[in-house]
Design a protein around this ligand. Sequence first.
Ligand code: PDD
Length: 286
Amino acid sequence: MKNKVFLNGSIKNDLDAKVSIFDRGYLFSDGIYELIPYFNSKPFLIDEHYSRLTESLGMIGINNPYTKKEWFSNIDNLLQNCEFENFYLYIQVTRGVPENTKDGIMREHAATKKYNTSVCMFYSEITNLVERNISGKKAITLEDKRWKQCDIKSISLLFNTYAKTLAYNEGAFEAILIRNNVITEGCSSNVFIVKNNVIKTSPKSNLILPGVTRSFVIDEVIKKNNYKIIIENFSEDELFESDEIFITNSTQGILPITCLNEKDINKGLCGDITKELYNIFIKYLV
Ligand code: PDD
């Protein structure tokens, strides 16, 4: 069966879903997105993802077109025919198309008009983290050249996609970004290091996306299980000299980084603390 998608209130076959080329999402990346993972057919941290969606909308002044109840009912409708047990739900909300185009102006930088907000949702299968063998990946480091509002989950991902492509071309899974000698985050993940049994990750700020997985890992996995964590900025030297590095995001959960540029971390093996945290984490997914 073909996957279904949600577009502005209707459920459609994926190839039948069409959006206007005058949508400000298409012309200016004027929109935000969310990605909610489902493991064993259950949404993971959906309320937290929903909160971030509303916060991001608020930060760029796009009206939330639905109430929370309507959102959840739209999601239920879309997922009725979903055959996957492990998948992500992608949600995109753009400012949309001007309500009135009688003046003939179809593209204008300033968002001065009334717009019909556009919402699309689709789903895609992902790995079941519970059954996955946790194995380390390579990352590269790169200067963080993004704008300074990285806390908005904007669909404008040009730098992130550019950097991730560079990483892939070097056989790496992620690019870890550095701004003024401070590690910010990965292109699509938050970064943690471990040194002498103490875990460190950067604080929430406008320079990182407040990862839903990051918060869950800090509060439920690390703190509740009495691991030591310091939430403060750390440098490139600290990153390279760390005993363990791991990244977090919605589709990967916790993922060890065991090679940074050309340097092995923990002799190229997943570290003990990362493994322990991963084992605690996946218990929440079953
Ligand atoms: N990205 N930082 C950035 C820049 C991200 O794009 C993401 C997630 C994260 C982790 O956030 P979360 O734990 O809420 O997934 C951090 C998603 C997975 C994506 O763009 O596909």
